[in-house]
Write a protein that binds this ligand. Structure first.
Ligand code: CA
Length: 247
């Protein structure tokens, strides 16, 4: 029995299943749809690639290793040329090597046949919970990622250290960074940041959040130039995480 990691599928969350055996595909599609995912099923690798290249909204791919028109590994490699979409392999029993290869070439997880559809659904939810921002986490839910250990918050002295270096922060910068660090990877909207940080949010402009974030970023870069800790989610807000800096 698998524990439910709590990711709520929605009909907006579209998954791509690449599996040539109709009987397996049927049970998988049924289980995923029961969990409120929308599923596109392809029987061939080339069909799946074509679909992925022409549809930008696939959240995750479930990919059989043994396909009639080639190996799922080759399909995975081809996908990685243009997409970072999470991939779960379906591998045959006992093919230990397959699992290792699968993860090395860019797969995110694997499930060994025969598997229970529940187990697969559970793996899907774990991965999606990791990669997709949840707009409103359930009350009391824990953060979905490990805390950012390079940051130390000294609440008594109202200061935050990055890798042991004390950051010279204004009051707002401190409060914003503290808020983001309370739930790494969670996307906070400007309104949420404002309501949590400002004394009189209604008198402040959204742009104020942006400008504090901007100066916060430059202070973090002074200590750690190779990381972009604060990520902008266009039209949504900001999150903190250990992101690689895009040049
Ligand atoms: Ca197969």
């Amino acid at each position: 029995m698998c524990s439910d990691p709590g990711f709520e599928g929605s009909t907006l969350t579209k998954l791509l299943l690449v599996e040539d055996e109709a009987a397996i595909a049927d049970t998988v599609v049924y289980a995923l749809e029961e969990s409120r995912f929308s599923v596109k099923w392809c029987q061939l690798g080339r069909e799946a690639l074509h679909y992925l290249q022409n549809s930008g909204d696939v959240a995750l791919v479930i990919l059989d290793v043994g396909l009639p028109d080639g190996s799922g590994f080759d399909v995975c490699k081809a996908i990685r040329h243009f997409s970072e979409v999470p991939i779960i392999f379906l591998t045959a029993r006992g093919e230990e090597l397959d699992r290792v290869i699968g993860l090395e070439i860019g797969g995110d997880d694997y499930v060994t046949k025969p598997f229970s559809p529940r187990e697969l659904v559970s793996r899907v939810k774990v991965i999606l919970k990791r990669v997709l921002p949840q707009s409103e986490p359930a009350p009391g839910s824990n953060t979905i990622s490990a805390p950012l250990t390079e940051f130390t918050i000294d609440e008594q002295r109202a200061c935050i250290l990055l890798q042991g270096h004390s950051l010279e922060l204004t009051r707002y910068e401190f409060l914003i960074l503290q808020l983001l660090l309370s739930q790494p990877e969670r996307v906070f909207t400007r309104d949420q940041i404002m309501n949590a940080v400002w004394v009189q949010p209604e008198t402040s402009l959204d742009r104020a959040v942006d400008s504090h974030i901007k100066s916060l970023r430059s202070k973090l870069r002074q200590v750690q130039p190779n990381r972009e800790y604060i990520k902008t989610h266009r039209g949504l807000g900001y999150s903190i995480g250990n992101y690689r800096r895009e040049s």
